[in-house]
Design a protein around this ligand. Structure first.
Ligand code: DC
Length: 212
């Protein structure tokens, strides 16, 4: 097949995209990019300069200045980073500034990328697209377990409320709202463990990409 093997994985927060994408990339010997980190790093850059992440001018200039090393920062997780990322992600100029970074990443060897608009905007011609989702209650439970495992005290109802709010923001924004591409395989992981999700995703990808 002449087309680079690009696997696009989209879906809401805590649906299991990251775990799945990382394992698929390792199995398929493809580079992996967690595109949420780009928005998180832009949000952090704005906060660092005392700016407001919902201000288009500050956010766009932070997106233009983004460097690959920013993705290795250790302050890209947590409620403040979540909120800043969701704000910058709704700004059209930020999304435009990050477009080439994502396309360039996959240009040479192909890639597995996870995010919200990989199959709809970044790589609309990707041969394999998955839309990974799970119920809000299940996603909140997973995020809560993750926080607890990191030793962070969290109230599950608050985690669910924050997630509901962030989902609404991602789906309602005018710029690249979260939605499944028409040709994406829908994978609801509410009742699946990571292994079952991986096997289902791999079986689908094999129908779309010639794997050796
Ligand atoms: O997947 P995540 O939680 O790390 O994403 C952080 C924020 O960035 C979230 O509000 C969704 C947004 N995002 C986006 O708009 N487009 C992407 N491709 C990836 C993330």
């Amino acid at each position: 097949m002449s087309m680079k093997p690009i696997v696009a994985i989209d879906g809401p927060a805590a649906a299991g995209k990251g775990t799945l994408a990382r394992r698929l990339a390792a199995t398929l010997h493809l580079p992996y990019l967690d595109t949420g980190l780009l928005y998180r790093a832009v949000g952090r850059r704005v906060l660092e300069t005392g700016g407001d992440p919902s201000d288009a001018v500050s956010a766009e200039s932070a997106a233009r200045a983004l460097e690959p090393a920013d993705l290795d920062r250790n302050d890209l997780r947590g409620p403040q980073a979540d909120a800043a990322a969701a704000s910058v992600a709704s700004i059209t100029g930020v999304r435009a500034a990050l477009l080439d970074f994502q396309r360039d990443f996959a240009v040479r060897d192909g890639a597995v990328l996870d995010g919200r608009d990989i199959g709809t905007v970044i790589f609309p011609n990707a041969p394999a697209k998955l839309f990974v989702t799970a119920s809000l209650a299940e996603r909140a439970r997973r995020r809560w377990l993750e926080l607890r495992a990191k030793g962070m005290e969290a109230d599950i109802a608050t985690v669910e409320a924050d997630m509901r709010q962030r989902d609404a923001k991602d789906a309602a924004r005018a710029a690249a709202p979260l939605k499944a591409a028409a040709d994406a395989c829908l994978l609801d992981t509410s009742e699946m463990d990571a292994e079952a999700a991986f096997q289902a995703a791999l079986a689908f990808i094999r129908t779309r990409i010639d794997l050796i």
